[in-house]
Design a protein around this ligand. Structure first.
Ligand code: ATP
Ligand code: MG
Length: 427
C-alpha cells in the first residue's frame, strides 16, 4: 500500500496507533468533551487542566490550526512565536504584574530573578513594536501566533475548555489611527466567523466587558450550548447579544432593536474574544511612531484571541451522541475509517484496493486492521467519530458498506463509486 512522506501520515493502521480506547468514560471527568476525548484516546489528563495530545487528538488540533492560519493570513496577519517565559520588568511597565498574581504563574528562577508564564502577550508585542516600528510608514501591521498559554484557573473542570496550560491563537494589530483600527477590527470579526463556521460551529458575536479603550465593549464569540460556563442574553431575530456580566436586559425583555422580539438567555462557550486596546500598552511600554508631521505618537493597538484547544472541546460538546464524537469533516482526524471484519485473502485484497483508491484521491484513512471483535470495532468507530465508516467483510463482497457517522442508514457501494457518491457533499 502507498505510504508517502507527509506532514501527517495519510494512512494509519489502528493496530499500530499509540493509545487505546477505554471501555468506559474515565472517572473524575465531568465534562462531555473530556470524557469522550479521553475515552477515545485523543488526549490524556496528567493533572487538572494539563493534558497530553495523543496522535488522534493532535491531528484534530493541527487541522484547526491550519484553518486559523489560513484565515489570519487572509487578513494580512504575519505569524510570529513569542516566549511563554517573560520577565517581571516588562509587566511592571504596564502595571499588570501585581493584578495578575491570582491567575499568572509567577516565580523566582534559580538566579533569583522574577519571571512569569505569559497569560497573554500585549506586553511582549508592544515591546517588539517599540523596537521595530519607527514611523507611520511601518504601520499598520498585524502579528499573530499560535502558542501555549498558562493560567492558574481556579477550578478547571471543563476538560479542554478550561486548561491551565492551553493553546491560544492571539493576533495583535498596530495602527496610526483609531479609524484604521476600527476598520481592521471589523475585518477580523469576519475572519473569526469564518474560522468558527469552518470548524462546524455557529458562533454569536456578543458584547462583553474588557475593552480597555474608552470603556468600549469587547466582543466575544460565543457558541450557545448547555455545556457553556457563560450566560448570554440574546435576541433570536437579530444580532443583539450581551454577556450576562454586563447585560442591560433580562430574559423576556423587549429587544432594544425591535421591541416586538423578546430577549432569551442561553449558556454559551466563549471561543474567541477581541479587544480595542487603544494606547494603554504602547503608553506603558513606550511604543511610538513618528507621524507625517514628524510628531511622536503612541501606537494604537487591538488584540484578538481564539481558544485553539477550547475549540476542540467545544466541537465535541456540540457534535456528539450517546455513542461518541461526530467530527465535522473539516476537523476530523481522518476522512475515512476503514473497518475490516475477517481476515481472508479476499477480504484483505478488497481492503487494499479500497485504501489505495482513497489515498490516490488524497484522502486520509484510519484502517482498523486489529484482531478484535466486530462489536468492539464498530463501537470504537462510533466513539472516534470519523465522518465516514467503510466496512469491508465477507458479507460485503466486492462492495463496501458506507455509513456516515451522522446518519443511521448505510449503503453498499463499489469502491469506485464511493468518492463519486460522496463528492457532492460538503467537505
Ligand atoms: P474565560 O472567561 O472563559 O476564562 P477569558 O475571557 O479569560 O476566558 P481571554 O483572555 O479572552 O479569555 O482569552 C482568549 C480566548 O482564549 C478565550 O476566548 C478562550 O477561547 C480561550 N481561553 C481562555 N482561557 C482559557 C483556558 N483556561 N483554557 C482554554 N481556553 C481558554
Ligand atoms: Mg475573554
Amino acid at each position: 500500500m502507498i505510504s508517502s512522506k507527509a506532514s501527517v501520515p495519510n494512512l494509519v493502521r489502528q493496530s499500530q496507533l499509540f493509545g487505546t480506547t477505554l471501555r468506559e468514560a474515565p472517572r473524575g471527568e465531568e465534562s462531555i468533551n473530556a470524557r469522550l476525548l479521553e475515552q477515545g484516546a485523543f488526549i490524556r489528563k496528567h493533572m487538572a487542566g494539563a493534558y497530553s495530545y495523543l496522535p488522534l487528538g493532535l491531528r484534530v488540533l493541527r487541522k484547526i490550526e491550519t484553518i486559523i492560519r489560513e484565515e489570519m493570513n487572509a487578513v494580512d496577519g504575519q505569524e510570529v512565536l513569542m516566549p511563554a517565559l517573560q520577565p517581571k520588568e516588562l509587566w511592571d511597565k504596564t502595571g499588570r504584574w501585581e493584578g495578575l498574581k491570582p491567575v499568572m504563574y509567577q516565580f523566582l528562577d534559580h538566579s533569583e530573578k522574577h519571571v512569569g508564564l505569559g497569560v497573554t502577550h500585549e506586553e511582549v508585542i508592544a515591546e517588539l513594536a517599540r523596537q521595530f516600528v519607527k514611523s507611520y510608514k511601518d504601520l499598520p501591521v498585524a502579528l499573530y501566533q499560535i502558542q501555549t498559554k498558562f493560567r492558574h484557573e481556579a477550578r478547571p473542570k471543563s476538560g479542554l475548555n478550561r486548561g491551565r496550560e492551553f493553546s491560544m491563537k492571539d493576533l495583535y494589530s498596530l495602527h496610526t489611527s483609531e479609524d484604521d483600527m476600527n476598520a481592521y477590527y471589523e475585518r477580523v470579526k469576519t475572519a473569526y466567523l469564518n474560522v468558527f463556521t469552518r470548524c462546524g460551529l455557529d458562533a454569536k458575536i456578543v458584547e462583553a466587558s474588557g475593552g480597555d479603550f474608552t470603556k468600549e465593549y469587547s466582543h466575544e464569540f460565543q457558541v450557545l450550548t448547555e455545556a457553556g460556563e457563560d450566560h448570554i442574553f440574546y435576541c433570536p431575530n437579530c444580532t443583539f447579544a450581551q454577556n450576562k456580566e454586563i447585560a442591560k436586559v433580562k430574559e423576556g425583555n423587549p429587544c432594544p432593536n425591535n421591541p416586538e422580539d423578546r430577549i432569551q438567555i442561553s449558556r454559551a462557550i466563549e471561543v474567541g474574544n477581541i479587544f480595542k486596546l487603544g494606547t494603554k500598552y504602547s503608553d506603558g511600554i513606550g511604543a511610538h511612531f513618528v507621524n507625517e508631521e514628524g510628531k511622536k505618537m503612541p501606537i494604537i493597538m487591538a488584540s484578538y484571541g481564539i481558544g485553539v484547544s477550547r475549540l476542540i472541546g467545544t466541537i465535541v460538546e456540540v457534535h456528539n451522541d450517546e455513542k461518541g464524537i461526530r467530527w465535522p469533516l473539516s476537523v476530523a482526524p481522518f476522512d475515512f475509517h476503514v473497518v475490516q471484519l475477517g481476515n481472508t485473502p479476499e477480504i484483505n485484497s478488497a481492503t487494499e484496493t479500497l485504501i489505495t483508491l482513497l489515498l490516490n484521491a488524497g484522502k486520509t484513512v484510519l484502517y482498523d486492521d486489529r484482531n478484535a471483535s466486530a462489536g468492539e470495532k464498530l463501537n470504537d468507530s462510533d466513539l472516534l467519530g470519523i465522518p465516514y465508516r467503510l466496512l469491508v467483510s465477507a458479507k460485503t463482497g466486492d462492495k463496501v458498506e458506507v455509513k456516515k457517522r451522522d446518519e443511521k442508514d448505510s449503503q453498499l457501494l463499489s469502491p469506485q463509486d464511493i468518492l463519486h457518491t460522496l463528492s457532492g457533499e460538503k467537505g
